[in-house]
Design a protein around this ligand. Structure first.
Ligand code: GLY
Length: 254
């Protein structure tokens, strides 16, 4: 089996200034964020993922949300033109690392794209049309893949993957109130409501699903699909609208 790699970035002191639409506006506890990040890395290692851990970047408060900088399409990676000014340039040190494994392609200036809006399945790539990602991103991604690239309206929440995750084997976890579910009709899904939104963002690797706190009902349904779960408290990352997938870029070592 090919090795799975995860690129992650540690939070640093500037993570306190990460962008947040969180209405509670709770301050981020950096010490706790670092501890939660260490546990995240430990969970990845436990399931035999090789972790490349990049140092924190004072200049980029949202740096730990590495997923938004890069879209992996198997053989090639796309450098995301991030819409948020404070995040522009965040990807360059990550792309240097990923270039050791695959080519990185740039996208035209008309495009805005966050990796958190890209959900990849075996045959399709779903692209959230959100506050961060525009429609031009759909055609741009399609130029680099043979998979169908399908736009999905994001109705609330930061990104598409805030509200939907793919577990493999045709199964999704999703919050139907936050996205247009019509493009997902052919899938089987485990439903999760808005109050538990953060547990719709799961990170599935092989037959293990990493998920944040949420109702046991969702966990039980994941177990019924013969998948294992690891639950992680990432409260400090959720305060900045981040989820488990945001905290890594996952790809197979060729
Ligand atoms: N805090 C994650 C983002 O807004 O990009």
């Amino acid at each position: 089996m090919s090795k799975i790699i995860a690129v992650v970035r540690k939070p640093g002191p500037s993570f306190k200034q990460a962008i947040s639409a969180n209405p509670r506006n709770l301050p981020i506890d950096i010490k706790l964020a670092c501890l939660q990040h260490d546990r995240y890395v430990a969970a990845l290692k436990k399931i035999k993922v090789e972790v490349i851990s990049l140092p924190s970047l004072q200049k980029y408060p949202d740096g730990p949300f590495v997923e938004d900088t890069t879209v992996i399409l198997g053989h090639v990676a796309l450098a995301c033109p991030n819409k948020e000014k404070s995040r522009q340039g965040e990807g360059s040190s990550i792309h240097k690392e990923i270039k050791k494994f695959m080519a990185i392609e740039k996208l035209p200036h008309s495009i805005t794209l966050d990796g958190g809006d890209v959900l990849t399945t075996e045959k399709e790539i779903f692209v959230g049309i959100s506050k961060r990602t525009n429609r031009d991103a759909v055609d741009a991604i399609a130029k680099f893949t043979k998979k169908s690239v399908i736009p999905v309206e994001v109705l609330s929440g930061l990104h598409l993957k805030t509200s939907v995750s793919y577990l493999g084997n045709n199964i999704l976890v999703l919050d139907p109130s936050s996205i247009d579910i019509s493009p997902f009709r052919r899938f089987k899904w485990i439903e999760n409501g808005k109050p538990n939104r953060y547990s719709s963002n799961c990170l599935a690797i092989g037959n293990t699903v990493l998920l944040s706190k949420g109702p046991d009902e969702v966990v039980n349904k994941i177990h019924q699909e013969r998948l294992k779960t690891i639950r992680l408290d990432i409260s400090e990352f959720e305060k900045a609208d981040g989820g488990l997938t945001c905290m890594s870029i996952i790809f197979k070592k060729m």
